[in-house]
Design a protein around this ligand. Structure first.
Ligand code: OXD
Ligand code: MN
Length: 586
């Protein structure tokens, strides 16, 4: 008798017609033979074996360098279940349209069967997926990003309890590229792209889009959040999870080297992108990192912005679309001041200084999480880590202060739902376009976001001590357009304030938007920051917030009657607090 997995592999092979089927075991020797094959056909280039042992460079097709949100669909039976912020296709229509693209797509190629676990092996919170792919680069990347191979197959046994994902590079033509999610069947189809977020199906497709749907049904949370532990001088570690839209420094925060290390405050990394959070029997919220590696943006990464990852990626790392130096080392903008002589760009052409970039702005490193010096001793704890704070953040030149604490869980959900980030013209410091990105889940929520807010609200009664919810903004600018806050390792000062709020040990001002630190409650010793700068960082501007309140109302209107009443209520309450404060100020 064949197993459900064998049946599906067979059915998919009938459709895609590979010349060979290989079941991956995840071993080092399997990886080495895949790497050799990729070195032979040019998919991989080897890097300097002395300075970057067992590291490879992959150059993708130039039309395939990023997630393609416009080609990403939620295929729920009812359109309203996908909601106004997702692309939608009816399941039957989607299959009819995309099945022909899979037809004989693997002819002359190998189909790899890639079983994987999202989450630590043997955790009750982990889940199994199986990806069928014709890309050896995807196989090699999945081996870093998940617990892949025999370990997953052993855990699965004969069960049908896995998320199937069918992936083919197709012809890499964006006209024939589709990333489809069938949440009711828990099925993923991806064709026409080899890029990480489109092709490593465990990551955004399963661990966020499909998992968010499952999490709502099953009463847990699948979030686009890093997880870190803040150690205090007594050795106690408090865990926090944080959601930021892209380009807000999530990986850097998760892997931060603390500026307060001499005072005994240190940051441990549990995860840099995704958190699966469950309510444990004791009523605490426990988080696991479903991934096993970091798929991080390379440009801007250097010894100052992220020393831990710079140390991690010196061996056993795959680089994608970065530059290559004459000594066969990876290079990208922001790694050091000047491009070295003899540099090749990400296309493999000699780099010249009048070019915009040697590395693609979305070039990446794929590195095992365990290689980071900051990795938490508990990062693979099957029970997860207990979460005491949830943090939302965005890039706001104005409006949001450095940090504030929500009044309670419900207000915190509202704060997450109103999250936004700006594109700024950095050179002039001009304020750019604000993109609403609730909980940083806009591109990743597998269902109607109004229901998603409802799900967040519904978690509260299940939690004995709901985590405090904070909002941060490292990106506020002064009148001269310059950033007011130094960021990076100094952000630990803000985490320390949160810790003291959690422990009820520090002061805050009660403002219309929530609790903002008093000027003396932040630990600022060793940091040169003027009283005026600090005041500006913490200022809640009535005019800016009145505009913000209006803009969030317009965003919420998209969801119509499906928006939970509690979100309306919080929106109204904010408006009332703001008008009371402005009357008081007159
Ligand atoms: C993202 C990523 O795009 O993590 O958010 O790659
Ligand atoms: Mn992400």
């Amino acid at each position: 008798m064949s197993t459900p997995l064998e049946n599906w592999v067979e059915e998919s092979a009938r459709l895609t017609r590979p010349s060979k089927i290989v079941w991956c075991d995840g071993s080092q020797s399997e990886f080495e033979s895949l790497a050799d094959e990729m070195l032979r056909d040019g998919t991989f280039l080897d890097l300097n074996p002395h300075t970057y042992p067992r590291c490879y460079l992959h150059r993708s097709n130039p039309n395939d360098v990023a997630r393609t949100e416009g080609l990403t669909f939620i295929c729920s039976t009812r359109k309203e279940d996908a909601g106004p912020t997702n692309n939608w296709m009816a399941p039957a229509e989607a299959k009819e349209k995309v099945r022909p693209l899979f037809h004989a797509a693997m002819k002359g190629r190998t189909m790899y069967v890639v079983p994987y676990i999202m989450g630590p092996a043997n955790s009750p919170y982990s889940k199994i997926g199986v990806e069928l792919t014709d890309s050896p680069y995807v196989v090699a990347s999945m081996r870093i990003m998940s617990r892949m191979g025999k370990v997953a197959l052993d855990q699965l046994g004969n069960s049908a309890d896995f998320v199937p994902g069918l992936h083919s590079l197709g012809d890499l033509n964006p006209e024939r590229r589709f990333i489809l999610h069938f949440p009711e069947e828990r099925l993923i189809w991806s064709v026409g792209s080899g890029y990480g977020g489109n092709a490593l199906l465990g990551k955004k497709c399963f661990a966020l889009r499909i998992a968010s749907w499952m999490a709502r049904e099953q009463g847990w949370m699948a979030e686009h959040m890093l997880i870190l532990g803040l150690e205090d001088p007594s050795g106690k570690v408090t865990y926090m999870a944080a959601a930021f839209p892209s380009a807000c420094g999530k990986t850097n925060l998760a892997m931060m080297v603390s500026a307060l290390e001499s005072q005994g405050y240190r940051v441990w990394t549990v995860g840099d992108d995704i958190a699966w959070m469950h309510v444990a029997a004791d009523g605490t919220l426990r988080a696991i990192n479903p991934e096993a590696g970091f798929f991080g943006v390379a440009p801007g990464t250097n010894a100052k912005t992220n020393p831990n990852v710079m140390a991690a990626l010196r061996h056993d790392t795959i680089f994608t679309n970065v530059g290559l130096t004459s000594s066969r080392e990876p290079w990208w903008e922001g790694m050091d001041a000047n491009a070295p002589n003899g540099l090749m760009d990400w296309h493999g052409k000699p780099y010249s200084a009048d070019q915009t970039a040697a590395a693609h702005p979305n070039s990446r490193y794929t590195v095992p999480a365990a290689q980071s010096p900051s990795i938490s001793p508990h990062w693979e704890d099957p029970a997860g880590v207990p979460i005491s704070a949830l943090i939302f953040g965005g890039r706001r030149a104005r409006v949001a202060p450095l940090v504030y604490e929500s009044r309670d869980w419900r207000h915190g959900v509202f704060v997450g739902a109103t999250m936004a980030s700006e594109t700024t013209a950095a050179a002039t410091g001009a304020v750019g376009v604000t993109r609403r990105d609730p909980m940083a889940m806009l591109p990743f929520c597998g269902y109607n976001m109004a229901d998603y807010f409802g799900h967040w609200l519904a978690m509260e009664p299940k939690l004995k001590n709901p985590p405090k919810i904070f909002h941060v903004n490292w990106f506020r600018r002064g009148a001269d357009g310059k950033f007011l806050w130094p960021g990076y390792g100094e952000n630990v000062r803000v985490l320390k304030w949160m810790l003291e709020r959690i422990e009820g040990r520090t002061a805050a001002d009660d403002t219309p938007i929530g609790f903002v630190p008093t000027a003396s409650s932040l630990t600022l010793d060793g940091l040169r920051i003027s009283r005026e700068t600090l005041a500006e960082l913490l200022r809640v501007d009535g005019g800016d917030w009145a505009e913000e309140e209006k803009a969030t109302g317009e965003f919420f209107a998209k969801f119509g009657a499906r928006l939970p009443a509690a979100i309306h209520h919080e929106h109204r309450a904010l408006g009332e607090r703001l008008s009371r404060a402005s009357v008081g100020a007159r």
